[in-house]
Design a protein around this ligand. Structure first.
Ligand code: SAH
Length: 374
């Protein structure tokens, strides 16, 4: 069998992996063993999986593989933020994932698509257009790489939280994202509780409804504007699913799950959505939804048409919404020295050729440093 026909076991959830083993004429429990080898021990070579018989290992060699996205660049920021640039089709497509270390948790921000179809006017990913959906293996591969890098550095728990806030719209790549979520939550893989996994969406209403039926991960909604007129401009998806429908889906999502709140993300754009009048409208919208508000200082990038609100304006906005009883956090900007801050993923440069040139330069610099150190 040729390599291309091999099944990549990395992206199969337990159910799919059990079906795979049954097809090979094996017992379903092999799926649990394999998941532990791969996701918990970081072993991808079937030959090293010593509790599988030699015959089974040979069968696996010919029918399957465990194939990871290729790390093209691996950078650490002065504040500890760690970014990986990963190649998914040879050098044709690149995605990024970012690890944000904090005292008691290690949060990984992962991508769900190469590029994005939604074209939000303030987002740098939008500028590169849409290339394709990631497979479940490419999504979970980001967690694999970051988790095992942390363990190698001596961390005892590895990644503790995942946010799907990298490139792409996770709810427009539903099946692959769901398979990856299964693996994140599986006790034989990463065992992350649903509370520790957050899907961020620009508001794909039918998919929010579907999500409610099948899982109870935390939901973050990129609201960014308190009325349809403005939101139509910032998040064009609003023309299809306007605020009223979106908030109805959010209300439904939290129903019957009292502990759950929706996180609303609101990017602070100077003179666009940051006045006290906007704050008043926002408070009205959120008054009957269990919610938490995340104010995100806009991260600029070359050719951006917006600026970040100044600190005093952000504080005034925050103080107003807090005074009305809305739990609010102003997000800290992390890792901006390595372009890892929100909205900067990959999109630092305009076109792909210049992008690869830049990474080639960074790679040469890094390689030079490594060589000099040796
Ligand atoms: N498509 C999903 C997830 C990806 S974006 C979504 O829309 O939620 C993750 C978050 O970063 C979103 O809230 C997005 O609006 C925000 N974001 C994008 N570009 C940004 C920028 N330049 N500055 C600050 N936040 C940005």
């Amino acid at each position: 069998m040729s390599d291309t026909a091999k099944v990549n076991l990395l992206g199969l959830n337990r159910q799919a992996l059990e079906a795979f083993f049954v097809e090979l004429g094996e017992k379903p429990f092999r799926a649990r063993q394999l998941m532990q080898w791969v996701h918990q021990r970081g072993i991808t070579d079937f030959n090293l999986m010593t509790d599988l018989s030699k015959v089974l290992r040979e069968k696996l060699q010919s029918a399957a593989e465990v194939s990871l996205p290729e790390v093209c660049l691996d950078q650490k920021s002065a504040d500890g933020t760690h970014k990986w640039l990963l190649h998914v089709d040879g050098v044709d497509n690149a995605i990024e994932c970012v690890l944000i270390p904090e005292k008691n948790r290690q949060t990984l921000c992962i991508s769900s698509q190469v590029g994005c179809t939604l074209n939000c006017s303030f987002c740098s990913t939008a500028k590169q257009g849409f290339n394709r959906n990631l497979t479940s293996a490419e999504i979970i591969g980001q967690l694999y790489l970051a988790h095992h890098a942390l363990l190698r550095e001596g961390s005892d728990k590895g990644i503790t939280n995942v946010v799907m806030m990298g490139m792409g719209e996770p709810l427009l790549n539903y099946d692959a994202v769901m398979a990856a979520l299964d693996i994140m939550g599986d006790d034989f893989a990463y065992g992350l509780s649903k509370r520790r996994v957050t899907i961020s969406t620009a508001g794909v209403v039918p998919a929010i409804k579907q999500l409610r039926e099948s899982t109870d991960v935390s939901l973050a909604v990129s609201l960014h504007a308190p009325n349809n007129e403005l939101r139509d401009q910032l998040v064009p998806l609003n023309r299809k699913y306007p605020i009223k429908e979106l908030l109805a889906a959010c209300r439904e999502y939290v129903q019957g799950h009292n502990r759950r709140r929706i996180t609303f993300e609101y990017v602070m754009l100077k003179d666009i959505n940051d006045s006290l009048e906007h704050a008043r409208q926002l408070v009205k919208l959120l008054s009957d939804i269990p919610s938490k508000l995340n104010l995100i200082p806009f991260n600029p990038y070359p050719h951006a048409i917006y600026q970040c609100s100044d600190q005093a304006t952000i504080d005034r906005f925050r103080d107003y919404v807090v005074s009305k009883g809305i739990v609010t956090v102003t997000r800290k900007t992390r890792g901006d020295d390595i372009d890892a801050a929100c909205g900067q993923l990959v999109g630092r440069v305009k076109d792909k050729s210049r992008r690869s040139q830049k990474y080639q330069l960074s790679l040469e610099k890094l390689t030079g440093q490594v060589n000099a150190a040796n």
